[in-house]
Design a protein around this ligand. Structure first.
Ligand SMILES: [Zn+2]
Length: 281
């Protein structure tokens, strides 16, 4: 049996309403974000700050599309990511419309991409900004603009992935499942490979018998339970290995690694584990 069959995977379903939400609301969000971004980069003359603006701009576009896809109940990560990339390109286009409008003292609203390209070619002759007495022009400026667009698209792609995540969806009730992540700490399980095998074979005894007595406070286990809020028929288990390391400045850093994520479990196991967590809290 393929171990992936033990875990939740999206059905690939695309709700037409989700596409409409993404196009209408996502499009509006892109327009608004592009205007804010264009004016921010036009009026703030610090190049390093502008790079941060570019990352935030792309991330915000990806986040907006991810949220729209979530509201619209799209269970197809490929479709959502494709939307995030397309809208990132549209957002870059809108940002150029707004930036050129600001650059021409609100005289020209250049909507045609061909006219935009001509305007960019004229601007590239003398350049627009400098860093350490160097003003990029021509090919160098085109490459910077290309890199800027690539940053927006990449940030949108990754944030969209993060925003949509892998939250299970109940196809029966047409609802996203709800996760209860408990802060309760349980003992660390040293042999994680063996644990994964056990869990994938439907043997949850290692988790059911986990002790709350933690020998080493820098390594512990946390349990997350997910189920459909309506029918409670689909249940999933996430087990995290948490470790705390101290850096050279004496600062503690917490890192969490999923041992299993959204493993399919029975409703009875879900109830038993829920009771275990509640009793320990
Ligand atoms: Zn349900």
């Amino acid at each position: 049996m393929n171990s992936s069959q033990n875990y939740y995977t999206h059905s690939g379903g695309i709700n037409p309403l989700g596409i409409i939400y993404s196009i209408v609301l996502g499009g509006l969000a892109c327009l608004l974000l592009a205007i804010i971004y264009a004016y921010a980069t036009f009026y703030v003359p610090f190049i390093y700050l502008n790079i941060i603006f570019t990352i935030i701009f792309g991330a915000a576009v990806g986040m907006a599309i991810g949220l729209c896809a979530n509201w619209g109940k799209i269970r197809n990560n490929k479709a959502t990511i494709t939307l995030a990339v397309i809208f990132a390109v549209i957002a870059v286009y809108f940002s150029w419309v707004a930036w050129l409008f600001a650059y021409t003292d609100s005289e020209y609203l250049i909507l045609s991409p061909l006219d935009q390209w001509q305007a960019m070619q004229m601007i590239a002759i003398d350049g627009v900004w400098g860093i350490r007495n160097i003003t990029p022009t021509g090919i160098a400026l085109y490459l910077i603009w290309l890199a800027e667009a690539a940053i927006v698209i990449a940030a949108s792609y990754y944030l969209c992935l993060w925003a949509t995540g892998d939250v299970p969806f109940c196809e029966r009730c047409h609802k996203w499942a709800k996760t209860s992540n408990s802060d309760q700490k349980f003992a660390d399980i040293p042999n994680k490979k063996h644990l994964i095998k056990q869990l994938e074979n439907g043997d949850l005894s290692a988790i059911k018998n986990l002790s709350t007595e933690i020998e080493d406070p820098s390594a512990y286990t946390q349990i997350g339970l997910t189920k459909c809020p309506s029918c409670s028929q689909d249940s999933y288990l996430t087990v995290k290995y948490c470790s705390i390391t101290t850096d050279k400045d004496g600062k503690d850093n917490l890192s969490a690694l999923n041992i299993v994520e959204n493993l399919i479990i029975s409703s009875a196991d879900h109830r038993e584990l829920e009771q275990k967590i509640n009793a320990a809290t």
